[in-house]
Design a protein around this ligand. Structure first.
Ligand SMILES: [Zn+2]
Length: 295
């Protein structure tokens, strides 16, 4: 476990976080970010600064070799750190809406999925990877193959997510459980309208769709795809800035992102924050382009 202090340019304390990277016996599996303490204005003008913790279960260093992370693990770390930044860089003083608190469910994954984009940016990835023995950076050709593998059948996966989301929405809005149409009929109707592959007659996928029946995502499954639309479009602002500044690590855009999205938490509707940052409503273009489905 390590403990970090995050300070502003003038050295004043903004936040602190714990990071517990490695798997060990008895530790709960998975990766997550959570808050130990939220930002809050105290009596007398004092501020309680936020404290986050990031927990991962990566492979620990062995012998005199450094810890070797898979690309998936790096993405996980960036994802959880995105949640962490959302919590730590807040400027809100009301506990209920500071940091990650009170942010709409369909926008809470924006800062985390946003960070994942950097793991698919050659400029960023080549600066933080090297061969463990030779020290050679990640070859461009290998990166291109990783990208191609990520986007393989992305169109099919996207359609599948849209089928799941639409099914969930219709089930919770206009479906009559006592009507002539069964749940399976509904699933087939939506699949055959949306997907390019007809639903197999014996398919019973709603029976195991535990996300919406046991996972608390009822009428909210669309949040996954929607957060991707938002995060891809936010990242596209950095890509646009890079055309002028030469780098996606553009500090001016980063400062605007911090000011309009990260710092405001749940103190205003997430859509207002998005529009304040982007200057317009969300568009799907960037998500399609990142997924290899548009030029
Ligand atoms: Zn997340």
């Amino acid at each position: 476990m390590r403990f970090f202090r995050v300070s502003a340019a003038d050295g004043s304390l903004l936040a602190q976080f714990y990071i517990d990277l490695y798997a060990r016996e008895g530790k709960r599996g998975g990766a997550w970010m959570d808050d130990a303490r939220g930002r809050k204005l105290l009596a007398g003008g004092k501020v309680q600064t936020p404290v986050a913790y990031l927990t991962c279960n990566f492979s620990a260093p062995v012998g005199d070799k450094p810890a070797l992370f898979t690309h998936d693990e790096v993405i996980t770390l960036f994802h959880e750190f995105g949640h962490g930044l959302h919590h730590m860089l807040t400027q809100v003083g009301e506990l209920g809406v500071s940091g990650i608190n009170g942010v709409e469910w369909d926008a809470v994954e924006l800062p985390s999925q946003f960070m994942e984009n950097f793991c698919w940016e050659f400029e960023v990835l080549s600066g933080m990877t090297q061969h463990v023995d030779s020290g050679e950076p990640l070859p461009r050709a290998l990166f291109e193959r990783m990208l191609a593998a990520k986007n393989f059948q992305n169109g099919m996966m996207t359609l599948r997510q849209i089928v799941f989301s639409s099914f969930d929405m219709h089930l919770h809005t206009d479906f009559d459980p006592h009507g002539a149409k069964s749940v399976l009929d509904l699933s087939r109707e939506i699949n055959d309208r949306v997907h390019v592959v007809p639903q197999y007659p014996l398919s019973r996928w709603p029976n195991t769709f535990s996300h919406i029946f046991a996972g608390g995502y009822a009428a909210g499954y669309y949040c996954y795809k929607w957060a991707e639309v938002l995060s891809a479009d936010v990242y596209a602002a950095f890509e646009e800035a890079a055309q002028l500044s030469g780098t996606v690590l553009d500090s001016e855009t980063g400062a605007r992102y911090q000011r309009e999205i990260l710092s405001v938490g749940g103190s205003r509707p997430a859509m207002d924050s998005f529009v304040a940052f982007r200057g317009r409503a969300p568009q799907i273009d960037a998500l399609l382009r990142h997924g290899g489905m548009a030029a």
